[in-house]
Design a protein around this ligand. Structure first.
Ligand code: LLP
Length: 415
């Protein structure tokens, strides 16, 4: 589905549903996701890489609402989890353990036990110490742990430094120069079974080049493993496939597939992908309402009811989300700062942004918010986290209620 969010008669729709309906029924800020947009993204991804023997594991950190996970599980995807909490959600969503991979640079003993007892497809190992720990925990449970070693290939993903993960200076994985040794140690540990090798070089990667560099290194690495008698069932190239945030940066996943498929096609086992953002980002928006407008001799401000606690990407990564009015008017455009209600100057949604003149009570949609939106929200300033709604054609389903004040204090013990 190409046009998930479209104007009809100057009003913004999600699929066939007028977005104002949701803003009025559930209030704002509210996240809205398109079921068919998400499922189409999975189909487009699968189809681009269709020649490969593969498993696409949705990386639930991008959007871990159980109903969203359930959609992808229903679409046949596996799941990539990065914590015990995400694993718990995946199971609640009905994911098949043999299609779940368990990631994480800092797993606790409790999380390792949980993953082993769940009988996940594999646990990814990111350090020498972790090899020993997983072996010991598996032994104590009388189990054999299926593991993949995450190799850090030391390539530059050319993305924001906070979401670059495949450089030697990043904390992730075992450096490629030491990783043969890690595999040999793993082979010698009785309660480990080596099933794969893994990489993940970063997020919001917009060209195939960094993947090509990293995969070329990994394939040579796998050949060396073969020579040393280690044959792998899985080669996991991670996630990171970028999306278009501002309408100017069209990304064609087929271009990635055309470049990467020939490199991966000779691998005898299964290729694993872990896309998160690609599957959800452009299928979600955050609806917000204009509370006030004001200006001084320097700036015009549009103060909205969504803040950095609801969507932190602009503050944290200077991310540039498009912002669209739910109703287009004929007012002239203004250059404004769209800011939230949180008590921080870093609480902005977009600065120096050209948008039609906004009035009190107008609704706006913060576009491309389906990934790393709600999941990164917080209760800062004791603000209630937003509601989430799923849309299917002209039907909608509340999939998370807005928090209440009572929810906010429910875990507290007053002494
Ligand atoms: N696999 C691993 C091991 C990861 O660390 C990640 C993301 C993914 C898969 C999924 O990556 P994706 O396909 O979504 O790029 N909060 C940041 C993004 C952080 C990504 C962390 N790891 C943002 O809002 O841009």
């Amino acid at each position: 589905m190409n046009n998930i969010f479209n104007y009809k008669n100057n009003e913004l729709f999600c699929e066939d549903l007028l977005l104002k309906t949701i803003a009025e029924k559930f209030g704002t800020p509210t996240y809205v996701y398109s079921i068919n947009g998400m499922l189409d993204s999975l189909f487009i991804f699968e189809n681009a890489f269709k020649i490969l023997n593969k498993l696409v594991c949705y990386s639930v950190k991008a959007n871990s609402n159980i109903s969203v996970i359930k959609l992808f599980v229903g679409g046949g995807a596996g799941i990539d989890c990065n914590s015990g909490g995400e694993l718990f959600r995946a199971i609640k969503a009905g994911a098949t353990p043999s299609k779940i991979i368990f990631t994480g640079v800092g797993k606790t003993e409790e999380e390792i036990k949980f993953a082993l007892e769940t009988k996940v497809l594999m646990l990814k190992v990111e350090s020498f110490q972790e090899l020993e720990s997983i072996n010991n925990i598996a032994a104590s449970l009388n189990l054999i742990a299926p593991i993949a070693i995450r190799v850090n290939p030391d390539v530059d993903a050319k993305t924001h430094p906070y979401i670059s993960t495949g450089l030697a200076e990043n904390k992730f994985g075992i450096n490629i120069s030491e990783a043969q040794n890690a595999f040999q140690i793993a082979k010698s540990l009785p309660n480990l079974k080596i099933v794969g090798v893994d990489m993940h070089i970063g997020s919001q990667i917009t060209t195939p080049l960094p993947y090509k560099d990293a995969i070329n290194k990994l394939i040579l690495f796998v050949n060396d493993l073969n020579k040393n008698g280690i044959i792998l069932e899985h080669l996991d190239v991670g996630g990171g496939f970028g999306v278009d945030y501002d309408g100017n940066n069209k990304i064609n996943i087929s271009e990635f597939a055309n470049e990467l498929t020939p490199l991966l096609n000779n691998f005898k086992g299964k290729i694993i992908f872990e896309p998160g953002r690609f599957l959800t980002a452009n299928s979600g928006v955050l609806l917000t309402k204009v509370l006030f407008t004001k200006s001084n001799n320097k700036k015009e401000f549009v103060i909205v009811d969504a803040g950095m606690n609801d969507i932190v990407r602009p503050t944290l990564y200077n991310a540039l989300h498009e912002i669209k009015p739910l109703k287009v008017n004929s007012n002239p455009k203004n250059v404004v700062d769209i800011v939230g209600p949180v008590c921080e100057s870093a609480d902005f949604i977009r600065k120096n942004y050209s948008i039609q003149n906004c009035n009190q009570g107008d609704y706006l949609a913060i576009m491309s918010s389906g990934a790393y939106g709600f999941v990164m929200s917080s209760n800062y300033n004791t603000r209630r986290r937003a509601a989430e709604v799923l849309v299917d054609k002209n039907n909608f389903y509340l999939i998370r209620k807005r928090e209440t004040f009572q929810d906010l204090i429910s875990g507290e013990i007053i002494i």
